[in-house]
Design a binder for this molecule. Structure first.
Ligand code: FMN
Length: 254
């Protein structure tokens, strides 16, 4: 019997990001499936990859940083091993670090557990206040180098406002071996990045993706893939099948 991932690939909505083949170009955004149960439910959906909630070295319960709440990286490693062993989708581990040492430590821990891709969360306000990787080219270079040293394909998730010129950012990432970014879905975050990044990076777009029309629009502009957060929370794992149906309708209209 064909699997959901095979169906999407057969329809031509598969993609390649940072050298990794995804059966469908839509995946969940980090944090949109928070509990282990919610993450496991994604295996029965059409998501192109399974993205975990951002993990920190220590359990993170600070009420001011709700988007980072997690039980600590070590509690998520068994889940990664399960997903990799039993699943047919790439597994993306998201790491949130307060220092470059922590970036390297977390990336290696998830790589050793079998994660397919490492996503470094540089978008959260806590990261911007501690590691602050986008204020200083040397810090970003160190982050990128330590990420890539884990030996897995990796990408960084950027905040809505990136203080560093995109030419500088893309040069540093590419030189270190980071070939993709998750970009905020507006002109400053996405189109400006596409225009200014040299060398070009694979771009995954996140933010405000609600319909298949949004997916097709982002892909036509130059995204390699998209992530959905709120739409998954509102619609459950069936959202990926809905987006695929809508994309098929858009393709039929073209
Ligand atoms: C409750 C909540 C938790 C989140 N947790 C994370 C997280 O752990 N890591 C991360 O990179 N982004 C996190 N995000 C941001 C989402 O991944 C996504 O970028 C954001 O929701 C925008 O996409 P959307 O418009 O599709 O919801 C979180 C967002 C919310 C609302």
């Amino acid at each position: 019997m064909s699997q959901p991932a095979d169906t999407a690939r057969a329809l031509g909505f598969g993609t390649v990001v940072a050298g990794v083949r995804l059966p469908f170009c839509v995946m969940n955004a980090s944090g949109s499936a928070a509990s282990a149960e919610e993450v496991r439910a994604l295996r029965r959906s059409r998501t192109g990859a399974i993205v975990l909630k951002s993990a920190t070295v220590h359990p993170f319960v600070h009420p001011g940083f709700r988007s980072l709440h997690n039980p600590g990286f070590d509690k998520l490693l068994p889940l990664v091993r399960d997903l990799v062993r039993d699943g047919d989708r790439p597994v993306v581990a998201s790491v949130a670090a307060a220092s470059t040492d922590e970036v390297g430590f977390l990336a290696k821990a998830f790589a050793d557990a079998g994660a397919t891709i490492i996503e470094a969360n540089l978008a959260d306000p806590w990261i911007e206040r501690t590691l602050a990787p986008l204020d200083d080219a040397d810090v970003l270079r160190d982050v990128a180098t330590r990420l890539a040293a884990a030996g897995r394909p990796c990408w960084v998730k950027l905040p809505a406002h990136v203080p560093m010129p995109y030419g500088t950012l893309s040069g540093i990432l590419a030189a270190a071996g980071v070939r993709a970014v998750v970009a905020h879905n507006d002109f400053q975050g996405f189109e400006k990045l596409l225009l200014e990044a040299a060398p070009p990076l694979d771009v995954v777009v996140a933010g405000g993706i609600r319909s298949g029309f949004d997916v097709v629009s982002a892909m036509r502009k130059g995204a390699c893939a998209v992530q959905v957060g709120s739409a998954l929370r509102a619609g459950g794992p069936g959202v990926f099948a809905r987006l695929e149906r809508e994309m098929r309708k858009v393709a039929a209209l073209a």
